[in-house]
Design a binder for this molecule. Structure first.
Ligand code: NAD
Ligand code: AHE
Ligand code: ZN
Length: 378
């Protein structure tokens, strides 16, 4: 039996930087290998704001943005075997097809399953069409395979992490992107060892999750760097041992970090998306072995540069997507660790709003500088 289309409210991005418009949208039934979900809560990530601003080469309009959510399966399409109506899920923008023939899913080295990446980047479901339309029939594009600024959305089965129903969905959303990414950058991508020194550029939710994980991994010196002086105090709450504001001195920030530590720090992370910061982060990594991890997303056309000598003398540049976590196997484990009291995340939720129509306010709040994550409960 095929589910009927659902009519609900969604925030539609019609053009870059114009406020999202709360519209009635029609969400079609899930097709083969898809599920339709009721979004219970969504946390805003800086990447949503980046795409909304028009700088994302894959940004399409009109579209429904949003990718950090907790949701409940409402209906399942043909052929879906691993999810049932009522399951609690976290949508993933990095799917996990788990096919034995998928060299990415089969490898422990990566989470970058390419199965639906091309259609995802074009704002459509794997069959090349959208499940969203306006009441007048206009097609609305999907975003990052999630589109969670909508009361209902359609996801590929392989994009859904089924989580414990004991996890409140307003918190589960945090594991859908920023917090997981910061944790995974430390645990999976760079594998920080006890006693390491670390520098984190940008103390938003992503950067603070790097700080949290670095502390858990036994790093003994954690330098937090942010242009916003208010980030020193929240950074210390999460575990930074030192704070630097690049605006406090004419001296390049990488020199300041190196002079604090003699040869630089073992692991550095860009959590800003600024390519000059990425360069600074690489150049304050330890001579001989320091690793710098790019997490931030840079605007279309931006490129990174440094003197190759920085790499010749032993520094390594790497990057991470979703912290290297495999969505379907790892997100449920992160949730279980939280439920077992081993992974506190409540402090990331600095603001809570009610109603999908409050998403513009959430954007305003995230840009205000005091917000880590603003959760909108639908
Ligand atoms: P955010 O806006 O909440 O935090 C960014 C922080 O960086 C802010 O505290 C800001 O004051 C600081 N900052 C900005 N410019 C700076 C500079 N020049 N020097 C030092 N600090 C500076 O953003 P967020 O949600 O934490 O996301 C951080 C970045 O990570 C974004 O670029 C986002 O798109 C990206 N991201 C990437 C992944 C991934 O999988 N690779 C996942 C999530 C987010
Ligand atoms: N379309 C963007 C890509 C931006 C990007 O790099 N996204 C990150 C996730 S950011 C989450 O907040 C990512 O995981 N990328 C891997 C992928 O397959 O997209 C652009 O700038 O082109
Ligand atoms: Zn994100």
């Amino acid at each position: 039996e095929v589910a009927a289309p659902i009519t609900c409210k969604a925030m539609v991005a019609f053009e870059p930087k114009a406020p999202l418009e709360c519209r009635t949208v029609v969400v079609a039934a899930p097709k083969t290998g898809e599920v339709r979900v009721r979004v219970a809560a969504n946390a805003l990530c800086h990447t949503d704001v980046y795409t909304w601003s028009g700088q994302d080469p894959e940004g399409l309009f009109p579209s429904i943005l949003g990718h950090e959510a907790g949701a409940i399966v409402e209906s399942v399409g043909p052929g879906v075997t691993t999810l049932s109506v009522g399951d609690h899920i976290v949508p993933g923008y990095t799917p996990q097809c788990s096919a034995p023939s998928c060299v990415f899913c089969s490898s422990p080295k990566t989470n970058l399953c390419p199965r639906i990446r091309a259609s995802q980047g074009k704002g459509v479901m794997p069959d090349g069409t959208s499940r969203f339309s306006l009441e007048d029939g206009t097609t609305v594009f999907h975003f990052m395979g999630c589109s969670t600024f909508s009361e209902y959305t359609v996801l590929a089965e392989i994009s859904c992490a089924k989580i414990s129903p004991a996890m409140p969905l307003y918190k589960a959303c945090l594991f859908g992107c920023g917090v997981s990414t910061g944790l995974g950058a430390v645990f999976n991508t760079t594998k920080v060892e006890p006693g390491s020194s670390v520098a984190v550029f940008g103390l938003g939710a992503v950067g603070l999750a790097v700080v949290q994980a670095a502390k858990m991994a036994g790093a003994t010196r954690i330098v937090g760097i942010d242009l916003n002086p208010a980030k020193e105090s929240v950074g210390r709450d999460f575990g930074i041992t030192d704070f630097l504001n690049p605006a406090d001195s004419e001296e390049p920030i990488q020199k300041r970090v190196v002079s604090m530590t003699q040869w630089g720090v073992d692991y550095t992370y860009d959590c800003t998306g600024n390519v000059d910061v990425m360069r600074a982060a690489l150049e304050c990594a330890h001579r001989g072995w320091g690793t710098s991890c790019v997490i931030g997303v840079a605007a279309s056309g931006k490129e990174i540069s440094t003197r190759p000598f920085q790499l010749v003398t032993g520094r390594r540049w790497c990057g991470t997507a979703f912290g290297g976590w495999k969505t379907r196997t790892d997100v449920p484990k992160l949730v279980d660790e939280h439920l077992a009291g081993q992974l506190p995340i409540d402090a990331y939720i600095t603001h809570v709003l009610r109603g999908v129509d409050k998403t513009n306010e959430a954007i305003h709040i995230l840009e205000g500088g005091e917000c880590l994550r603003c959760v909108v409960v639908y």
